[in-house]
Design a protein around this ligand. Sequence first.
Ligand code: RNT
Ligand code: ZN
Length: 423
Amino acid sequence: MKAGTATSCKQAYSLAKERYAELGIDTEAALARLEGLHLSLPCWQGDDGIGFENSGAAQGGGIMATGNYPGRARNADELRSDYALAFSLIPGRHRVNLHSIYAETKGKVGRDELEPGHFAAWMSWARESRLGLDFNPTFYSHPLAADGFTLSHGDPSVRQFWIEHARRCRTIGEAMGRFLGEPSVTNIWIPDGFKDSPVGRADYRARLAESLDQVISEKKDPRFYKEAVEAKLFGLGSESCVIGSHEFYLGYAQKNRLMVCLDLGHFHPTEQVYDKISSILLFNEEILLHVSRPVRWDSDHVVALDPEVENLALEIVRGAYEDRVRVGLDYFDASINRIAAWVIGARNVQKAFLRAWLEPTAALKKHEAEGDYTWRLATLEEAKSLPWQAVWDWFCEKSAVPLGTGWLGELRSYESRVQCGRK
Ligand code: RNT
Ligand code: ZN
């Protein structure tokens, strides 16, 4: 960056700092909190969710990236290289969210045979790059998931295969956390469901609960391991009934003290996911988020700085839930540069949180409690045009990350040097 830009960025920040101080808001404290926000970036955004398994099974479970932008990562080295560029363009320290199909196995290894060693290169790289790791068993794009059922399957041998897969993934998730010395989150999402209305939904749900009981029966070390279960409203091919519904997993998680994973695309379009947090956290210790942007349906668009995401951040900050919410991103867009998709989405989530930490929450709560809703509305609306962007720019500047769309230059050069050569 040019020296002049750096100076004006600092000056703009000083003015913003004063402006916020007049409202009793400490911008330095907000920046320190932003520094502590570690986002988990989905590996599936880097390669359209295909993975390295080469099982020959078509993509399944309703998971399909659309778009034909060139430069998809085709192997783990390419994916790590792309990730490295993304992390250099996002301020702060973050996490990599892996699925089991990103194992490096040198030859065919079944999902019911996976071991921590198949993720050794990911683990060493994460440690060297000071990144966290999170993990997911993969219950789709596999011949034994082709009929749309896995842990709730009517055939005990199919169920057993998936139970074994999930058990192994828990061991891998724990090994990742142990290797990095902090808890890694393993998240279970299964596609099981019916295109048309089923008659025996209760049987399927009972089988899912039984399978999960077997999956989680082995105790894991909480210093290195956390786990979540992710519900869904509907999917491609499971439009009429999803076995792992929100009620199913909320109950299961509360009974077994697991986290629920709330994906922004997995609820009715008029439901507000942020409104669920303060209820769930009365009864569960933690929540995992899959921040996504559903356009008309669970479309998994790149996260925008939109009201849904702003309200999510505000709700977490207003409830002082920062230590009880893990923030993952979940989308797969193949119509734009895949690295840019990571950068844009992550920076938007960071901006939403920064804006939330710059809100005069205590004063708002006080006036609200006194019934002064006029003050509340006036202040909330004025807060929207406070100079938060100068604080954001300063955060990027301090983190040696390009301001504004400045990162596009580096991205374009990498795209033509590296990504365009991939066929
Ligand atoms: C699918 C879920 C799930 C996946 C990833 C790839 O609807 O959102 O989280 O997106 O596991
Ligand atoms: Zn998700």
